[in-house]
Design a binder for this molecule. Structure first.
Ligand SMILES: Nc1ncnc2c1ncn2[C@@H]1O[C@H](COP(=O)(O)OP(=O)(O)OP(=O)(O)O)[C@@H](O)[C@H]1O
Ligand SMILES: [Mg+2]
Length: 161
């Protein structure tokens, strides 16, 4: 099972925190879903889980935000919302932020640069807005045991598929 249900932003945040430990350097996590579905909330959780204490906000205008982790490595938080296509992303210098051996990378609005993300190191989190305060969250290419453990810690319920 890869689909879970979150009924609060706190739970989505806690899921990010709990999952952070299972992410290896070199991983890119694509965060898919509509405006306001929780992509930045889970990113904040992952950042917290990696020991980052700075405020984490949507990098919609800056495109890329770099956070240094306590272990000296990096978390890159990218937002492709304002990037029109892959060429624009490459012109921005996106490859410096993707699949780097010393970083974990989170990408909001990854659809814009789909072709640049094709790798076995890509993981995907797909959000669906169910109702006010409720989100269905699907995790693709995550190890099942880590997923289940994180969901249990965060209080997310499994959804039947
Ligand atoms: N179960 C939930 N999980 C996550 N966020 C939730 C949940 N319920 C309500 N929310 C609210 O939904 C909003 C999610 O905002 P967030 O900034 O994470 O969206 P986003 O997907 O990053 O959008 P954007 O595409 O604009 O960057 C927040 O206001 C949050 O409080
Ligand atoms: Mg966002």
């Amino acid at each position: 099972m890869t689909k879970y249900f979150s009924d609060s932003d706190e739970k989505t945040l806690a899921m990010g925190m709990a999952l952070a430990q299972s992410l290896l350097d070199g991983t890119v996590v694509a965060l898919v879903g509509d405006l306001g579905c929780g992509k930045t909330v889970i990113s904040r959780g992952i950042a917290r889980g990696l020991g980052i204490t700075e405020p984490v906000t949507s990098p919609t205008f800056t495109v890329a935000q770099e956070y240094r982790r306590p272990d000296g490595k990096y978390l890159y938080h990218l937002d492709m919302y304002r990037i029109s296509d892959e060429n624009a992303a490459l012109a921005f210098g996106i490859d410096e932020f993707l699949f780097q051996p010393n970083a974990i990378t989170l990408v909001e609005w990854p659809e814009q640069i789909g072709g640049l993300l094709d790798s076995p190191k890509l993981k995907t989190i797909r959000f669906e807005h169910v109702a006010e305060g409720q989100r269905s969250i699907e995790f693709l290419n995550f190890p099942q045991d880590a997923l289940r453990k994180a969901a249990l810690a965060a209080g997310l319920e499994e959804e039947q598929e």
